[in-house]
Design a protein around this ligand. Structure first.
Ligand SMILES: [Zn+2]
Length: 73
């Protein structure tokens, strides 16, 4: 994985690679970006079938906490 950001754009602190973890029903997933506006099914869940979905990589500034995210396949 390439290092996209080496310095925080807000305070010039150092950026640390990570992910935003989604927890639900005893499982933990990496948050994903999905194409298009959100559409819900009849159960109230987000429709995901047939949509482009990409895992999100997030960098966190170790000084001010600023987050910068990338969704690249
Ligand atoms: Zn910062």
């Amino acid at each position: 994985m390439d290092q996209r950001t080496s310095a925080c754009p807000k305070c010039r602190g150092s950026m640390q690679l990570g992910v935003i973890a989604d927890t639900s029903y005893g499982t933990i997933h990496v948050s994903t970006w999905q194409e298009g506006p959100p559409e819900m099914n009849f159960l109230g869940s987000l429709k995901v079938r047939g949509k482009l979905r990409i895992g999100i990589t997030t960098y966190r500034c170790t000084s001010c906490g600023y987050l910068e995210s990338y969704a690249k396949p």
